[in-house]
Write a new protein. Sequence first.
Length: 325
Amino acid sequence: MPGHPGSHDSAESRPSVQWLEVAPEWAGQRLDNFLMGRFRGVPKSVIYRVIRKGAVRANRKRVKPDYRIAAGDSIRVPPLHEPEQKPDRAQPGRRVQRRMQAAVLHEAPDFLVVNKPAGIAVHGGSGVDFGLIETLRAGRDDRYLELVHRLDRDTSGLILVARRRSALKALQDQFRQKSTHKVYRVLVVGEWPQAVNRVEAPLQRVTGGTGERLVRVSAEQGKAARTDFRVLERFPGYTLLEARPLTGRTHQIRVHAACQGCPVAGDAKYLDGASQAAWQRGGGDRLMLHAQQLTFETPAGERVTFEAPVPDDFEAQIQRLGKHQ
């Protein structure tokens, strides 16, 4: 009879105990974080409860939430009820998957170097169904892919993606220790001051009137931030710069440029309405900020530099300005 405890239908509908073998990519992670990543739909409280009760075991032994899993560990997980994924949630299609795969500039065993197109978020959320990381996961066989750092949605250029947890930690440590070097190409509105080659202005995150995330200069509450700038070329009403952020604050280059009276061209957050309208009337349709170069040490100990070509749409805007000189 359908629904009888011993029937085939009932047995298939009930969640069962799972045994998960830890792949090398996940070694060193805390048990609780590992399970929350594997069972994203299960509340954290449920994860912690089954661990405390001893229902989760590593190599048949009881373990605590902070247990560091090792490659080859056999993790016993009791039945967990995950809510079904919403059927109307958009997934990255084949076309966007191919586009993102084409943006991968370099593949190494521990990491990927991706030349992110402008207009694509690095991850889903806040009204975005999926971003760069979800698209890469959908289109590749990698068992582990995590963002090492971030780029604003409208900024193009180089971003690192870790393929192993050990690589994620090693690479993120470099960003925290400021031992990586980043170079951006940026077009700003106005005449960049000839004497300014470094901006040191503390930055504070704030929430705008509409709830959007913004950053402002604040000597009292801001965190230290420093950016080096170099003039590459001057155009009527605009200046092409090279920017080297020596710290990694949110919107750092954009706000440091704006506080000099030269906001980034196409920057809807920090450019005044009249200047934005003028930029768009001239054919501008993107934020003119590109992460062009990235230098770091690989997990294998090699110091490397990668460079992302200036995108065609960015270069087209520069060429347009050059014709008016």
